[in-house]
Design a protein around this ligand. Structure first.
Ligand code: IMP
Ligand code: MG
Length: 181
């Protein structure tokens, strides 16, 4: 026991299913963009998208550049609001951009990131999320590419965290509820 297994209630998506789906998503993305000399700019949203982006990018057959973006949530006047810590800024001007994020929940993070990329003059902005939770996108924001629709449970692993822990667990798993209740 290394101390992580003990905290996990059940595996929701195992590493094989994740790998298969990521493979298929790369195909879906490549089909939409097609081959182009200009390529696309991939914007992974740290830290949750770390594993997903690393796996997805290596399966994309087209020319890509990568610019990391970092967002963090804080408690604002209207609930939890995302703040951008850093990003590509003007480097996305005139470019086709694909955001890569771990999970679409309320949609606030994605909405904030999309607005920033548009402000900096991106030619197009699409988004790709590994997971989507049901009916909670209060913002009306939707993703162009979705890996899995999951039930409304708190998940960790494959980049997803609880207090920045469990990101290195290779499967996507449900934590024992008493840990975060
Ligand atoms: P949104 O801004 O409400 O769409 O939330 C997106 C962010 O919330 C993600 O990038 C995650 O960091 C975090 N998040 C939402 N649900 C979960 C979960 O089940 N496990 C871990 N992080 C989550
Ligand atoms: Mg997180």
């Amino acid at each position: 026991m290394n101390g992580m297994e003990a905290d996990i209630e059940r595996v929701l998506l195992n590493r094989e299913r994740i790998a298969q789906r990521v493979d298929a998503m790369a195909g879906e993305i490549a089909a939409v963009y097609g081959p182009s000399r200009d390529g696309i700019v991939i914007v992974p949203v740290l830290t949750g998208a770390l594993m997903f982006a690393a796996d997805l990018i290596r399966r994309l057959p087209m020319r890509t550049q990568i610019h990391m973006m970092a967002a963090s949530s804080y408690e604002g006047t209207t609930g939890t609001e995302p703040r951008l810590l850093y990003g590509p800024g003007d480097l996305v001007g005139g470019r086709h951009v694909l955001i890569v994020d771990d999970i679409l929940d309320s949609g606030r993070t994605l909405q904030r990131v999309i607005a920033d990329l548009r402000q900096h003059g991106a030619a197009s902005v699409r988004s790709c999320v590994l997971l989507r939770k049901p009916g909670k996108a209060v913002t009306g924001v939707s993703a162009d590419f979705v890996g899995f629709d999951i039930e409304d449970v708190f998940v960790v692993g494959y980049g997803l965290d609880f207090n920045n822990w469990y990101r290195n667990w290779p499967d996507i798993a449900v934590l024992r509820p008493e840990l975060y209740a």
